[in-house]
Design a protein around this ligand. Structure first.
Ligand SMILES: [Zn+2]
Length: 432
């Protein structure tokens, strides 16, 4: 009893001490964010070595940042655009949050001051190509290299100290390609995808952006959130997202690249997997190239007919039956005029083409004499010889079936047909 009481007391002390530690860290965060005692804050800085983990983000890759449960990394693409980027900078400052920005070269060229503000505020700055083409998955590698280098050149040129540029790159529209990734990796640049977007480049409300950000984060429990600092809806949604992250107990992690005097945070390989594999839960992965389009739609070319590659791409969508009919129609020759001619005096043809099967049988029975069946079979054979086309053969087969089987199978002489010409005429009259 005494022993268990000691264990219990020891455990209580541990819990109490941990509680004090948590309170202590919260107090430190509030103290670090003057004027904002309730700020979300940045809980820790994660130093990563791009050469050790060259591709990150489970939307496309196996690995992602080694985050703990309820840790979030905020990323913003496509800026800086003063109108919106400055507002986002202010919101992050008010919450004492450090994020990662992926800059477009053209934007840096047009607004170098915006890049300097990001660096001055202590955010991480990576690049996002020169002018955001959404064709990285199919453009020649030389063009991709020029896009990558143009973005790096103009973003670093905007900085007072170009060593502040992080070797982080996000492919526009996440249109990844092996060659592009290999080029980036060969230069020691880390390829960043994301763990979840909030669809803020789409025409959705800011409320929807907030909802998606939280829902998708809650589904994974941690990860890299992809946003854009050039969208009004993102500006409108961000305060609510940050407040909700705080209320739900999420913590913000700031990511920086390793340097000679700043070694990478020690991690284990398993920590780079969002959810380490177990026997029952497989790793869910997004397709290699996602089927969505990001911002900068002005750079999207209008599709031409050639792009659609209509014949091969779209034909399988047509119903199979339609295709089959179309093929048959194309393959059959125009029928000859004589195909429709009814041979004069042919009982079989008349019966099969002008009467229902039942009426034909009745008429045939009425008109038959004991040896007329022989005449039928004979005529049928003659008919088949005259019209070798499949349609003629079909008519002949139908005619044969109207006569009793035994009669049809008996061999008959053509003579019998010639001996009863008058019966055919009378039949003709009755069928009209
Ligand atoms: Zn983008």
């Amino acid at each position: 009893m005494i022993g268990s009481s000691v264990v219990f007391r020891t455990r209580s002390w541990i819990v109490l001490c941990l509680g004090l530690l948590v309170v202590g860290s919260s107090a430190a965060l509030a103290a670090d964010c003057p004027g904002h005692p309730d700020a979300l804050g940045t809980s820790r800085t994660l130093v990563v070595d791009p050469r050790e983990h060259p591709r990150i983000g489970t939307m496309q890759y196996r690995e992602t940042l080694p985050l703990k449960d309820h840790e979030v990394v905020l990323t913003f693409d496509d800026g800086p655009l003063p109108k919106y980027s400055n507002q986002i900078l202010q919101m992050l400052a008010d919450e004492c949050i450090k994020a990662t920005f992926f800059i477009i070269g053209e934007q840096a060229k047009a607004n170098p001051e915006g890049v300097r503000k990001l660096v001055a505020a202590g955010h991480t700055v990576g690049t996002h190509s020169m002018n955001h083409p959404l064709t990285f998955d199919r453009m020649p590698i030389e063009k991709a290299e020029a896009q990558i280098n143009g973005g790096i050149e103009w973003t670093s040129a905007a900085m007072i100290d170009s060593s502040k540029l992080a070797p982080f790159f996000r492919i526009p529209g996440l249109m990844r390609a092996e060659g592009v990734e290999n080029y980036l990796i060969s230069r020691g640049i880390q390829v960043w995808s994301a763990d979840f977007p909030a669809d803020d480049w789409r025409h959705v409300s800011s409320g929807r952006v907030y909802q998606l950000a939280i829902q998708r984060l809650e589904a994974k429990g941690k990860g890299i959130l992809l946003l854009h600092d050039i969208q009004a809806r993102t500006v409108a949604a961000l305060p609510k997202i940050l407040r909700d992250l705080k209320a739900r107990g999420y913590r913000i992690v700031h990511v920086v690249p390793a340097t000679a005097d700043r070694p990478a945070t020690p991690t284990t390989p398993l920590e780079w997997l969002l959810h380490p594999p177990t026997e029952t839960v497989p790793i869910a992965r997004w397709p290699a190239v996602p089927n969505f389009v990001f911002t900068q739609t002005k750079t999207l070319p209008a599709p031409s007919l050639a792009d659609l590659d209509g014949q091969t791409e779209h034909q399988p969508l047509l119903p199979r039956k339609t295709l089959a009919l179309a093929n048959v129609a194309a393959a059959l020759p125009v029928p000859g005029r004589d195909l429709f001619a009814i041979p004069e005096g042919s009982v079989e043809v008349l019966l099969s083409t002008t009467l229902s099967r039942r009426a034909a049988t009745r008429l045939a029975m009425a008109a038959e004499t004991p040896h007329a069946a022989k005449g039928k079979a004979g005529k049928s054979r003659g008919h088949r010889t005259a019209h070798a086309a499949p349609a003629g053969a079909k008519h002949a087969a139908q005619a044969t079936s109207t006569a009793p089987r035994s009669a049809a199978t008996k061999s008959a002489t053509p003579k019998s047909a010639a001996t009863h010409p008058t019966r055919v005429a009378s039949l003709k009259k009755r069928t009209q």
